[in-house]
Design a protein around this ligand. Structure first.
Ligand SMILES: Nc1ncnc2c1ncn2[C@@H]1O[C@H](COP(=O)(O)OP(=O)(O)O)[C@@H](O)[C@H]1O
Ligand SMILES: N[C@@H](CCC(=O)OP(=O)(O)O)C(=O)O
Length: 281
């Protein structure tokens, strides 16, 4: 069986969608057709017997559009206020769409503090386990409204890898506005070459990450590579793929050659807390 075919056997899957995959690039408004397809894909994975967690960005991007703000907010309090408005709106859309398929969905807003504290971390893990056993698809985001700079994940690539490690998921799928990892940012360098497989995330690959290219995203490829290191060390395979067509989700889980695959590389002494000590952006 090829490594790609082995993805068919994954049981617990975390899917992360970036703000760039949830909004129209031209206007910044929510892309409802993409969201609908995302929800159908996730519900279908669940119907196949998989346990599914969605890590969804978009709170700040949606909040900013709701109040008609043209520029990306820079002040922390403004970002937090936008997140408060946008998160509620985003969840309303998700709940409506999941309800159409009679799929239970829930909201989990995480903070770094919660995970640093051992007792809270166990609590968070137990809550995820219970939600999954109830047949829910938890929808996770950072609690942006109350997280301060010193103590925040800052980007959902890292958060999704942390959730993957916390619940010991066996596959993490990161959906972005790009086909996967390239040797350089293809939006800036036309000679950048696509990489379809990464055996081990080492320094050579880490250097390929650059800052965010999209108007709404956070972290660009560098946070995705950090996430790859974390998730693969925790024992999960990870795929970065283009969320332009949400149909890639079932194609990946069917073992098709889509995006960049990072092979799991479990380290015996993996300890989640080691990855939580510094702000990521
Ligand atoms: N080596 C690279 N390979 C692919 N994309 C890269 C690379 N370096 C930087 N990027 C940029 O990362 C962007 C995706 O990150 P980001 O804008 O944060 O998206 P998201 O909202 O999905 O997290 C791409 O559009 C691309 O321009
Ligand atoms: N928690 C923030 C998202 C931060 C983030 O990582 O965004 P993205 O790079 O679009 O995945 C929000 O919901 O707006």
């Amino acid at each position: 069986m090829t490594l790609r075919e082995q993805l068919k056997d994954k049981k617990r899957i975390v899917v992360k969608v970036g703000s760039s995959s949830l909004t129209h690039p031209e206007t910044g408004h929510v892309d409802l057709i993409k969201l609908e397809k995302l929800v159908r894909e996730l519900t279908d994975l669940h119907n196949r017997g998989k346990e599914v967690i969605l890590v969804s960005s978009g709170a700040i991007a949606v909040g900013r559009k709701t109040i008609g703000m043209k520029e990306r907010p820079t002040k922390l309090a403004t970002k937090q206020a936008c997140a408060s408005i946008g998160q509620a709106r985003l969840m309303m859309i998700y709940q409506k769409l999941f309800m159409e398929y009679n799929q239970i969905a829930s909201q989990v807003l995480m903070t770094k503090n919660t995970l640093i504290n051992g007792e809270n971390r166990i609590n968070a893990r137990n809550t995820f386990e219970t939600l999954l056993s109830m047949g829910a698809i938890p929808i996770v985001n950072e609690n942006d409204t109350i997280s301060t700079y010193e103590i925040q994940f800052g980007d959902n690539d890292t958060l999704s890898a942390i959730v993957t490690a916390l619940v010991q998921a066996d596959l993490l799928i990161l959906l972005s506005d790009i086909d996967g990892l390239f040797t350089d940012d293809p939006n800036k360098n036309p000679d950048a070459e696509f990489i379809d497989y990464v055996e081990h995330v080492d320094h050579h690959f880490e250097q390929m990450g650059k800052g965010s290219a999209s108007d709404v995203g956070t972290g660009g490829m560098s946070t995705k590579l950090k996430a790859a290191k974390l998730a693969t060390s925790a024992g999960a395979d990870m795929v970065i793929a283009n969320g332009a067509d949400m149909g890639v989700i079932h194609q990946i889980v069917d073992g098709e050659q889509i995006g960049t695959l990072f092979k799991e590389n479990r380290t015996e002494d993996f300890y989640l807390i080691d990855y939580l000590d510094e702000p990521s952006v």
